[in-house]
Unconditional design. Structure first.
Length: 523
């Protein structure tokens, strides 16, 4: 009985060997096995056995790689790679010398037509896994590696937008280009043109992988794209598209509503381009964004988007760029939100670069310009800078109540020596200019204690006039506790002392002493 079983096992093995190797295995067999249940096992056998012709072994490897997914997975790629890893180094080297050119051929062919399946994707995934530097190095560096790298780069650039998110990829485009390095993204800036898809993904890859020259080229192309998007030519191009979209949706806007639709459409497209500029940076994009933000005819939302894209991008050593930010911040026509964001951009620069320009804004006829500029400057300053600030403030002719209260608070919050109280004490004497004294006394509005009251009460007798609001100044006033104040003494009596009293009367009332533009009214 045992002898019979042994004889049967030997016969079965012999038949299997005859089926695979005894009869001549042909290309037709290899192609057919790609669609059979046991086909992958047979293809691996052909790939790994040196007794088969090399061309047939390569065909078996390519067939494994290109096999249709099974249960949603391209198992053939893994089996081909495992088979190559199992070979001895000399045999594998010979097979790869013939296999790699075939992979290159499949990667460098024309991309598929729209709507057609991209059959090159599995060959891309396999080629990526063969590159030296992966977990299991199957191929040494050399000519074959360079050929694969060049072919993979050509594959990526051949249909970037279509292949970026193509389904069924084991290796993402970002992962692929990251492995290939800076050289692989040199062609991406040329894809940044009007109507191009995936512009933001292009910008991301260039920013993360590209060399300086590639980033500069992308910056130039993005500036060109933004210029076109902001133009009347863009509106002319998109007008028919929007009309068709309205018709398809059954929307019938009047001329005014349609114009608003088109404006919003343009604004949204610009903000997308600005987001890409933010990724890449570079002088061409930065210059465009600054000039756009300065344009009074551009929408406030778009101007804010341009300034947001400039976050930490303004060059502290560029006098032109600094001048443009200052122009935006200081212009009478600049809306307050835009002005505030322009000053935020200045706050990202070294103090020694922006202190002078910020103090130049103290001369603005709009007190709010000086207010936000001075507030920003004080936040960037320390005790050693207070003298310079006070000297410049002493030349101010018109003020609003909000200013000295806020300036005094910020001086009191400075870290270092001398302390805020010691600082303001040296500027509160009657020999100082009124704007300086008001700021020093404003310290007590936010930081004064009961122990300071007796000294402050003496100041209530001071009859020096306050710097009035400039003629026509919006939101400018000198009112505390619903009472207009006109002298330094009244400022202390009706603004400062009640704030100290409220702060020291208990937690339920202390919140009313917090300074803000409306705090004097609240008192």
């Amino acid at each position: 009985m045992g002898s019979w079983k042994t004889t049967l096992a030997i016969l079965s093995l012999s038949l299997a060997l005859v089926a695979l190797g005894g009869c001549r295995t042909t290309s037709e067999d290899v192609q057919r096995w790609a669609n059979t249940q046991q086909g992958p096992r047979k293809l691996v056998a052909v790939l790994t056995h040196a007794k088969y012709p090399r061309d047939l072994r390569v065909e078996a490897g390519l067939t494994l790689i290109g096999m249709r997914p099974r249960a949603g997975r391209r198992v053939g790629i893994d089996q081909a790679l495992d088979a190559l890893a199992a070979m001895d180094a000399e045999d594998r080297s010979k097979v790869l010398a013939a296999l790699v050119p075939q992979l290159v051929s499949r990667l460098t062919g024309p991309p598929p037509s729209p709507g057609q399946e991209d059959e090159s994707i599995p060959y891309k995934d396999a080629a990526y896994s063969l590159l030296p530097g992966q977990d299991d190095t199957l191929m040494a560096s050399g000519e074959l590696e360079q050929a694969l790298r060049a072919a993979l780069t050509q594959w990526a650039m051949g249909d970037f937008s279509g292949r970026m998110d193509a389904p069924g990829q084991k290796v993402s485009m970002q992962q692929l280009l990251g492995q290939l390095g800076a050289q692989s993204v040199r062609g991406l800036p040329q894809l940044i043109v009007p109507g191009a898809a995936k512009v933001d993904r292009i910008a991301q890859l260039v920013a993360e992988i590209g060399e300086d020259a590639t980033k500069l080229q992308a910056s130039e192309k993005l500036a060109d794209l933004a210029k076109f998007t902001a133009s009347s030519a863009w509106l002319d191009q998109k007008r028919p598209e929007l009309q068709k979209a309205n018709e398809a949706s059954g929307i019938k806007p009047d001329d005014k509503a349609f114009a608003k639709q088109l404006e919003t459409f343009q604004e949204e497209e610009l903000l997308r381009v600005f987001a890409s500029m933010r990724r890449v940076g570079g002088k061409p994009s930065i210059d465009f964004l600054l000039h756009f933000a300065a344009g009074s005819t551009n929408t406030e939302k778009a101007r804010l988007g341009a300034l947001a894209a400039l976050e930490r991008k303004v060059d502290a050593n560029s006098a032109d760029q600094l001048s443009m930010v200052l122009k935006i911040a200081g212009s009478e026509e600049t809306p307050d939100p835009v002005r505030g964001l322009a000053l935020t951009r200045m706050s990202e620069l070294p103090r020694d670069k922006v202190a002078g320009p910020l103090m130049d804004l103290f001369d603005s006829p709009n007190w709010k310009v000086r207010w936000v500029a001075a507030e920003l400057l004080l936040k960037m300053s320390g005790p050693q800078h207070v003298e310079e600030f006070m000297q410049r403030l002493s030349k101010v002719e018109h003020m609003s109540l909000t200013e000295p209260l806020r300036y005094g608070q910020l001086i009191g919050e400075m870290k270092g020596e001398p302390s805020g109280k010691d600082l303001v004490d040296s500027y509160s004497s009657s020999s100082k200019k009124v704007p300086v004294r008001l700021t020093a006394l404003g310290f007590y509005y936010a930081h004064g204690q009961a122990s300071d009251v007796s000294a402050l009460e003496k100041v209530t007798k001071d009859r020096k006039k306050l710097p009035e609001c400039a003629e026509g100044a919006k939101d400018c006033e000198w009112v505390c506790a619903n009472r207009e104040v006109t002298t330094v003494g009244e400022y202390v009596e009706h603004c400062i002392l009640p704030a100290i009293a409220a702060r020291n009367s208990g937690p339920t009332q202390s919140d009313s002493s917090k300074p803000s533009q409306d705090a004097p009214k609240a008192q």
